[in-house]
Design a protein around this ligand. Structure first.
Ligand code: ZN
Length: 64
């Protein structure tokens, strides 16, 4: 039987691109303003942490 180690060292980053995150894993809906928040963007997360705020202007880069 071939052992995994026989195939050589692990090769990370060669499967289906290198960032297989799903959109539903990185966005959540803000309970206060109802806007989708990109969890990767700390500015958005911090903004929506505030107890009273308005939805952010969507940036053009997001295609929203
Ligand atoms: Zn919000």
């Amino acid at each position: 039987m071939t052992k995994l180690s026989d195939l050589g060292p692990p090769k990370p980053g060669h499967l289906h691109g290198r960032d297989p995150v799903r959109e539903e894993d990185i966005f959540y809906t803000c309970k206060i303003c109802g806007q989708k928040v990109d969890m990767r963007d700390l500015r958005q997360v911090m903004w929506h942490e505030q107890p009273d705020h308005e939805p952010l202007e969507p940036s053009a880069a997001n295609g929203a």
